[in-house]
Design a binder for this molecule. Structure first.
Ligand code: PHE
Length: 443
């Protein structure tokens, strides 16, 4: 038997985990969901969800992965009581997420290329709505960019854990952190930036009474951390025993949250300085922001850098999503990593085609009143990830023996470990179930 791959360093592993968490969720999705849900109060509930629900779940996922030392199915196996089906659900789920995620990542790459070559700035403000709509309605172009992003993902995953995923994240993540900080610093110098800060940090507490804000905050926490689909279980399976698992998990959630807030600092001051609606929805990044870049001093460069950030952040998340099905095939067959990565990449591309074509050739298809991509995104964030999260909490919190659970997470039986286990057993499943029932219209 060949030796199982492992992360080279604690630092590299942590950057890879942060790279998985930081993605379109922090920039594209966080800004528009915060915009639609009142800003500061949303942020408050979001941070609480990340700390009390997201963090315990990430620790749980990493620990089951490290204990299983295999794929998502191995992470869910104890004495074979049906839990392994959940592992398969995660493998399928991660592939479906990647399929539509790669479509949006492709849009970001297209915008980067258009901004960098100057094409994006040619027609002027007021045309971005039709520019975006023309692009996503095209029967070929979105597929092309989606394919390019997937090919890049396959190349990284083909390089393996140390030589591909770890190396890639070690270089890219510090660069992305630098870029987002510079963008935020610049944005804060714009006249009228104060209103953006007010929106993001001065809560209007009446919003606390709106259930939709809780649903949105929890859904965003799941998506942005990327928890519930065995991504962390898969990354955790390559973790050597010596790494401090709770420390990695804490750094990951902190990094992800700080990144989202700093991205908000980069986006909202501009949104308010130029008097555009913060609740523009998913098109905020692709229609609203280019208009702002066009008017900002130095905005053409800033715009190109922004879309580079968006594409690169998406890529580090796509890598972690692809690793889930790839690890499953590697664990179960004798196919090599490269061939598996290309095969899976192709499969995901095919699954993603309807999402990519849903604004053009498949425009007439609507699921629950939404286009294909938005319907899958809603089902994933509001249903699939929370269901995955509840199952992880039940498996690690209740099914696995208490001593094994504490031991594999790297907690001795100290107070911290007990608090974690309590959250995992009670608050996490109950709170997530409540929100889940609400979004299904049952509570
Ligand atoms: N967390 C990633 C983001 O914020 C997306 C993701 C979702 C990654 C689910 C893994 C699993 O963009």
């Amino acid at each position: 038997m060949t030796q199982r791959e492992e992360w080279r360093s604690h630092h590299g592993f942590t950057l890879a985990a942060i790279g998985s968490a930081v993605g379109l969720g922090n920039i594209w999705r966080f800004s528009y969901v915060a915009g639609e849900n009142g800003g500061a109060v949303f942020l408050l509930i979001y941070v609480a969800s990340v700390a009390l629900i997201g963090l315990p779940l990430i620790i749980a996922e990493l620990s089951m992965g490290r204990r299983g030392r295999g794929d998502a199915v191995a992470a869910f196996s104890t004495d074979g009581r049906g839990w392994t089906a959940v592992g398969w659900l995660c493998i399928g789920g991660a592939s479906v997420i990647l399929s539509y995620y790669s479509v949006i990542a492709g849009w970001a790459l297209k915008y980067f290329s258009a901004a960098a070559t100057g094409v994006l700035w040619q027609d002027g403000a007021g045309t971005y709505g039709s520019y975006f709509e023309r692009f996503i309605a095209n029967p070929v172009e979105p597929l092309l960019w989606q394919g390019l992003m997937l090919a890049a993902t396959v190349l990284v995953v083909s390089g393996g854990i140390q030589g591909g995923i770890e190396l890639f994240n070690r270089w890219l993540m510090p660069l992305l952190a630098l870029i987002v900080v510079v963008l935020a610093a610049y944005s804060l110098t714009l006249e009228g930036a104060g209103r953006g800060l007010h929106f993001l940090f001065a809560p209007d507490f009446s919003a606390l009474a709106q259930p939709k804000v809780y649903v949105a905050a929890l859904g965003q926490a799941f998506f942005s951390l990327g928890v519930g689909m065995a991504v962390f279980a898969t990354y955790g399976s390559y973790m050597p025993p010596g790494f401090s698992l709770p420390a990695c998990a804490a750094l990951t959630v902190t990094g992800d949250t700080v990144f989202a807030v700093v991205a908000g600092l980069a986006i909202f001051p501009g949104v308010f300085a130029f008097g555009v609606d913060p609740a523009a929805g998913p098109e905020l990044a692709f229609i609203t922001l280019p208009q702002i870049f066009l008017k900002m001093p130095g905005g053409l460069v800033i715009g190109a850098v922004f879309f580079f950030l968006l594409s690169a952040a998406a890529l580090t998340s796509m890598v972690s999503l692809l690793e889930v099905p790839v690890a499953a095939v590697l664990h179960r067959t004798r196919l090599g990593r490269r061939r598996t990565a290309w095969g899976m990449g192709l499969l995901v591309f095919l699954i993603g085609m309807p999402s990519a074509l849903g604004f053009g050739p498949l425009k007439h298809v609507s699921i629950a009143g939404k286009d294909i991509l938005s319907a899958i995104d809603a089902a994933v964030s509001n249903l699939l990830l929370p269901i995955g999260g509840i199952l992880v909490a039940l498996f690690v919190g209740w099914h696995v023996k208490r001593a094994t659970t504490l031991d594999s997470a790297g907690f001795a039986t100290n107070r911290l470990g007990r608090t974690w286990l309590w959250l995992l057993r009670t608050l996490v499943p109950l709170a997530v179930l409540l929100v889940l029932l609400h979004s299904l219209g049952l509570a």
